[in-house]
Design a protein around this ligand. Structure first.
Ligand code: HEM
Length: 411
């Protein structure tokens, strides 16, 4: 159990013990105060549910713009020119802007992500799952991450965007490297270098795709974005590239972890796994509990827009605020027995998808994929078991999920 002191509360983050189980660390910080300055993060760390929700609801005072620049500004001044491409790319886009820019960008694709429209993907998701199951060998151990939880949502978002699905590993590699600065997995300079190289590759790939869609539009999201760019005032090329990058990355990594965390947590609570096998109508509620208990996205950031007092702390314009979603979702002030995993939990107002104007646009898709995946796994492999005790968790403070998940299928 970590013992924080006032000025080094988060020093012991980014360790294997933290990655394996961050929740005692969050509790230790929250027990001191729900909003606290962290020397090691050089920012405000917010672990209370009420405070995280209040900030997410307040884009007037807590901005989504300039978040990447605030992190990159920690690089030595002489490095900044070299990293101009990532400064430029991450200076805009839906998830990194405030109203009214944000409203305009979100409206462009809102209609594509309503629960009703997303439901039309169901047959496609089921076909993809059948193909993946066909590659399993009965009674063999499989790695559920690389053989199911990753390729399923990656295939679905690629198909929606119009990205060919023959090289999913390339998509995965781009995503991990592009997320490296936010994830905090590497020293900053190294992470920025990886991010920049991957981004340039992805942009080249997208530019070729965009040129092709200009010539012959298809029934896909990329064609929709290209049409908006053609209308000039609605979308610039930079916004198009940023939105397409955001959708590709946000559209699969988090859902991969939702599926992996669902299987892992239920197999660690075998009675609840068994209960769902016989009562599948409880699956949507169980998925919500996994979203709360093991939130795939553990933190988000905002930038303080103006000097202010918040929760008794003096926040200064330009400072970074780390919203610890994973901690908020285990706050005893908001949830009864927060460290208890209970698929029958009611009144589960978790923040796994955020809240307010940036509420996850992909939530209906993620929920559908999570539900269909769990239904299919329980139906096909009701006796599934974990194979081995040793788990390696994603070595980042932002992303929560096992790197691999060996299971024994036992149909
Ligand atoms: C379990 C899976 C997912 C989780 C936990 C998750 C989590 C989140 C969170 C917490 C936010 C709010 C960010 C903020 O306030 O700054 C967000 C926004 C967003 N998510 Fe998701 N997400 C998931 C799946 C998806 C999927 C499948 C897609 C795309 C198909 C997607 C696309 C987006 C986009 C584009 C935004 C930005 C929305 C905006 O800025 O208005 N997400 N997501």
């Amino acid at each position: 159990m970590p013992q924080p002191a006032e000025n080094n509360l988060t020093d012991n983050w980014y360790t294997p013990a933290f990655y394996a189980d961050p929740y005692p660390y969050y509790d230790a910080v929250r027990n001191v105060a729900p909003v606290i300055w962290s020397e090691s993060e050089q920012g405000w760390v917010v672990t209370g549910y009420e405070q995280v929700a209040a900030i997410l609801h307040d884009p007037e005072r807590f901005s989504s713009a300039g978040r990447m620049a605030a992190l990159l500004d920690r690089l030595p001044v002489e490095d900044r020119d070299h990293f101009q491409p990532i400064y430029d790319h991450f200076s805009g886009g839906m998830i990194r802007s405030d109203p009214p820019d944000h409203t305009r960008l979100r409206q462009l694709i809102n209609a594509t992500f309503t629960p009703r429209v997303i439901k039309t993907n169901q047959a496609n998701i089921e076909t993809t799952m059948r193909c993946l199951f066909d590659r399993f060998e009965a009674d063999q151990n499989v790695d559920l991450v690389s053989q199911f939880a990753f390729p399923l949502p990656a295939t679905v978002i690629c198909q929606m965007l119009g990205v060919p699905t023959d090289d999913l590993e390339q998509v995965r590699d781009w995503t991990i490297r592009i997320n490296s600065v936010v994830a905090g997995a590497l020293p900053l300079r190294e992470a920025a270098e990886e991010m920049q190289k991957a981004l340039v590759e992805l942009q080249d790939f997208y530019r070729a795709m965009i040129a092709q869609r200009h010539q012959s539009p298809q029934e896909d999201l990329m064609s929709l974005l290209v049409a908006a760019e053609d209308e000039g005032e609605r979308l610039t090329e930079a916004e198009l590239l940023s939105t397409a990058e955001n959708l590709l990355a946000a559209g699969h990594e988090t859902t991969t972890n939702l599926i992996s965390n669902t299987v892992l947590t239920l197999l660690r609570h075998p009675q609840q796994w068994q209960r769902l096998a016989t009562h599948p109508d409880g699956i949507p509620q169980a998925v919500e509990e996994v979203l709360r208990y093991e939130s795939p996205l553990q933190r988000q950031t905002r930038i303080v827009k103006q000097d202010m007092t918040f929760e008794g702390q003096s926040l200064r314009q330009g400072q970074i605020v780390y919203l610890m979603i994973g901690a908020a979702n285990r706050d005893p002030a908001a949830f009864v027995d927060p460290n208890c995993f209970d698929i029958e939990r009611t009144n589960n107002r978790h923040l796994a998808f955020g809240v307010g104007v940036h509420f996850c646009i992909g939530a209906p898709l993620a929920r559908l994929e999570g539900k269909l995946a769990l239904e299919a796994l329980l139906r096909e492999f009701p006796k599934m078991q974990l194979a081995g005790d040793h788990l390696r968790w994603s070595p980042t403070a932002a992303i929560r999920g096992p790197v691999s998940l060996p299971v024994q299928l036992k149909p």
